[in-house]
Design a protein around this ligand. Structure first.
Ligand code: FES
Length: 109
């Protein structure tokens, strides 16, 4: 019964074809009304796309390891945890699970 409840709330949505996302880059998607950035950095990582500072999109931010720099004013986020690394304590962008399946890239939303 518990497994059934867990599975019921998981919704995998296909967001890209395999090979469509370049390694070391991010892409922004609009999924169910939310702007979400997915990074391909030796694996796929998804988090809310809008920076908490002034809503800049982090999708085109420069990646250095697991850290993305917002292109507008250079605030930094960990793409695996969503954690903001500058100025404000305990601020995180929401993260989402991403999986590469046989027929494409899927996000759990
Ligand atoms: S909008 Fe991201 S640092 Fe200002």
């Amino acid at each position: 019964m518990e497994l059934y409840k867990f599975l019921k709330f998981m919704t995998w949505k296909k967001i890209a074809e395999k090979g469509e996302m370049q390694n070391g880059k991010g892409l922004e998607f609009k999924i169910e009304g939310k702007k979400i950035t997915i990074f391909n950095k030796d694996g796929y990582y998804a988090l809310d796309a809008l920076c908490v500072h002034q809503d800049g999109s982090i999708a085109t931010g420069k990646l250095d390891g697991d850290i993305v720099e917002c292109p507008l004013h250079s605030w930094h986020y960990n793409i695996k945890t969503g954690k903001l690394l500058d100025y404000l304590k305990d601020v995180k962008l929401q993260t989402y699970k991403v999986e590469e399946k046989k027929d494409g890239i899927y996000i759990d939303i």
